[in-house]
Design a protein around this ligand. Structure first.
Ligand code: HPA
Length: 287
């Protein structure tokens, strides 16, 4: 066997190159677990608590997988968990890769593409976000019904692999309406209020200026963050069904005049995380 693929920060990965990377990743996972997930879940900043709801059969640190580094962002554990969530075979990505860490868009999306190859037809993306809609204060949960990719980056740039997805994939329904409706139903059953809105993705790592938050509102955004959209685009391209929830941890910059801090974001995510976990566990149970 050849040496494991080394991690190279920022290396661009075209769609056509994904298959060989993903083949190695699938082999590495399959050497450790035969579990076939039906659903994949990506947990954002401070939302790792959903993992406590899972009956974990196998935990694989990112650094054990070919071409992957240990996660570095504070609040991100950095492992894949395989097991059962509400009785349903599932994989959880606890911690994620971000553009602001210097990762390429093609790299950021490898975890969701891997989940798809392992069997997950559905991916649930979660994130911590700033509220752009003035009605969305700290603690608001928002099902994502559409997005704005304002990163200037795109995971599908470069030679395409038509065996995975189309060169020009349609994005009319990247956020699956049926899954979105199921999330809303799950929230009603759990008696957890769930708003709905448009998530805007910027690269970060700085938070926005007040003028940028006003611009985002004008553009139709309800929440803003630094993740999720590359994964949604790539998963949809690859034929997976995508849904997601933003946990608003703070009003966007300038809305209240308060300064933003990562500590505040993590504290708000910790406080609301259990509510989000209940909604997602209920959603998965009813799949
Ligand atoms: N902006 C961008 N990302 C965020 C924010 C924010 O206000 N809060 C949590 N993640």
């Amino acid at each position: 066997m050849s040496a494991a693929r080394a991690f190279e920060l920022g290396r661009e990965i075209s769609p056509a190159e994904q298959a060989s990377h993903l083949g190695e990743l699938v082999a590495a996972v399959r050497a450790r677990t035969a579990l076939e997930p039906r659903v994949g879940l990506v947990l954002g900043s401070g939302l790792g608590g959903l993992a406590d709801e899972m009956q974990v059969e196998m935990a694989i640190p990112f650094g054990d997988l070919p071409g992957w580094p240990p996660a570095t962002a504070p609040g991100h554990a950095g492992r894949l968990l395989f097991g059962r969530l509400a009785g349903v075979p599932a994989v959880i990505q606890q911690g994620r890769f971000h553009l602001y860490e210097g990762h390429s868009a093609g790299f950021v999306v490898q975890p969701v593409l891997l989940m798809g190859l392992l069997g997950a037809g559905i991916v649930v993306l979660t994130n911590a976000a700033g509220g752009v809609n003035p009605a969305f204060g700290a603690g608001t949960l928002m099902v994502i019904h559409d997005h704005l990719n304002l990163t200037g980056r795109h995971p599908l740039i470069g030679s395409n692999d038509p065996a995975i997805g189309e060169r020009f994939p349609d994005m009319t329904r990247v956020w699956d309406p049926d899954l979105g409706a199921r999330l809303l139903t799950a929230s009603e059953v759990e008696n957890v209020p769930l708003a709905s809105g448009v998530y805007a993705c910027l690269t970060g790592p700085s938070y926005e200026t007040p003028a940028e938050v006003r611009m985002l509102a004008t553009l139709g955004a309800d929440a803003v963050g630094m993740s999720t959209v590359p994964e949604a685009i790539a998963a949809h391209w690859a034929g997976m069904r995508v849904c997601g929830i933003s946990l608003v941890t703070n009003p966007g910059a300038g809305i209240t005049g308060a300064q933003l801090s990562h500590a505040e974001v993590l504290a708000a995510a910790d406080a609301a995380g259990p509510r989000l976990a209940r909604v997602i566990a209920r959603f998965v149970a009813e799949l």
